[in-house]
Design a protein around this ligand. Structure first.
Ligand SMILES: *Cc1c(COP(=O)(O)O)cnc(C)c1O
Length: 423
């Protein structure tokens, strides 16, 4: 990235907005409004992305086709429902750096995580341990622990936490290497959340995958905070599987469907154990109900049910915006605008603010996790009261995520000014 010489003052923010090739995209989103009629400053796209204005018409199209066609919509709708998930594959593959046959949109994140572990966590009496980050998102930890218990393994024995060192907040790759050196005969699976939801740290996925594969370990990633934020390059990286949701940076609506990646090296492996349903069955014979299960090659073979079209329509609407904006442009702005936030905070923070997120733009997405010295939740509540929507994580972290598609440099400036005033 070209190093931007950031400057203080509102004029600089205005100038950056004028030069921003993505500036017009914020008009394509509904920005929540405060009671006094002003727009919120929304810095919470890491939790729930904003609604694209075109989402309504994409969903309306499906409602109309349902109203007018009934069951015939499966084949006759403008976007026929039977192959509807296929309309998402190409755009979604670009988002995560995969081949279209390696991705499928289905279920929700935690469900997909379980389905993937059913196939890719196959413990033996010797090789049965799972490594996750100590600060993994709770659902991931619960899912992993329950998988261990499902195989009659005590998590106290089977779960290894990759922890930041005493007094640090970020996980170091050399510590993961150390864990592997000590336990390599026993580790079956790396299940790493990437980017970390708490610290915003984006791990080196290539190195982690190589480390795993060199030691006979299956490697899976949770990209809940990565998809639409960083480019995880899943195919190149060579991860075995990955899962993510679409309601955070992918702006597809609360509780919307998740994504799932299975590397093509597993695409035709019919021996791989899996939990199955009719939607994963060979499309040519899916309706000859009584055939033996014959999985579709690739990620689609893990589908269970015919999917909710209304939710998929929202994902189509959102991915169309990513296509138009171009992910390289999004990522470029992400680095710039996040660097700008960091610059403004550093300018007045002194030792009052500690940014947990890595300084290196290659090791983070657009989120900065900040700790304010001696602050409690009342600071966060004051920020909220002034119209900024951000995110608070116990015990003392405020997560700020300027989303490149709809946040402006002036948003970031206004937030920094507010924080300066409040502390
Ligand atoms: C948001 C998030 C989830 C949420 O899981 P759902 O199954 O979509 O409710 C899980 N894991 C991580 C890391 C997350 O960031």
């Amino acid at each position: 990235m070209i190093k931007t010489a950031y400057q203080k003052g509102l004029n600089f923010a205005k100038e950056m907005d004028l030069q921003d090739p993505l500036a017009s995209f914020s008009d394509e989103f509904h920005i929540p409004t405060q009671k006094n009629g002003d727009k919120h400053i929304y810095l919470c796209g890491n939790s729930l992305g904003l609604q694209p204005k075109q989402t309504a018409s994409f969903i309306q199209q499906e409602l109309d086709d349902w109203a007018n066609l009934g069951v015939e919509g499966h084949t006759e709708a403008q976007h026929p429902w039977m192959p509807y998930h296929e309309f998402l594959s190409e755009s979604m593959a670009k988002i995560v750096g995969a081949k279209p046959s390696e991705v499928v949109v289905m279920n929700t994140l935690t469900t997909n995580l379980h389905l993937m572990m059913v196939s890719f966590y196959r413990p033996t009496s010797k090789k049965y341990k799972i490594v996750i980050e100590a600060d993994a998102f709770p659902s991931d930890k619960y899912a992993v622990e329950s998988q261990l218990k499902f195989h009659n393994i005590d998590p106290a024995d089977g779960l290894i936490l990759w922890k930041p060192r005493e007094g640090e907040h970020l996980c170091r790759l050399e510590d993961l290497k150390e864990i592997v050196a000590e336990n390599k005969e026993e580790i079956a699976l790396f299940m790493i959340g990437n980017t970390n939801y708490y610290s915003g740290q984006f791990y080196n996925m290539s190195e982690i995958t190589k480390l795993g594969h060199d030691n006979g370990i299956i490697v899976g990633f949770d990209l809940a905070h990565g998809a639409g934020n960083i480019q995880p390059n899943l195919h190149e990286v060579g991860a075995d599987f990955a899962v993510w949701c679409t309601y955070k940076y992918l702006n597809s609506g609360p509780g919307s469907l998740g994504g799932c990646f299975v590397h093509e090296r597993h695409a035709n492996n019919k021996e791989l154990k899996r939990f199955v349903g009719w939607w994963g069955h060979n499309k040519d014979t899916r309706f000859n109900m009584r055939k033996d299960f014959d999985p579709i090659p690739g990620a689609e073979g893990w589908q269970l049910s015919n999917p909710p079209i209304l939710s998929m329509a929202a994902i189509r609407a959102s991915l169309a915006i990513f296509e138009r904006a171009g992910f390289e442009n999004i990522r470029e702005k992400s680095e710039k605008i996040t660097g700008y936030l960091e610059f403004l905070l550093s300018d007045f923070a002194g030792d009052k603010i500690n940014i947990l997120t890595p300084k290196n733009p290659k090791e983070r997405g657009c989120q900065l996790s900040i700790q304010v010295k001696n602050a409690d939740k009342s600071l966060f509540d004051a920020i909220t009261k002034q119209g900024v929507i951000a995110d608070w994580r116990e015990p003392d972290v405020i997560r700020i995520a300027p989303a490149p598609l709809y946040n402006s440099y002036q948003d970031v400036f206004a937030f920094a000014e507010l924080l300066k005033k409040l502390i």
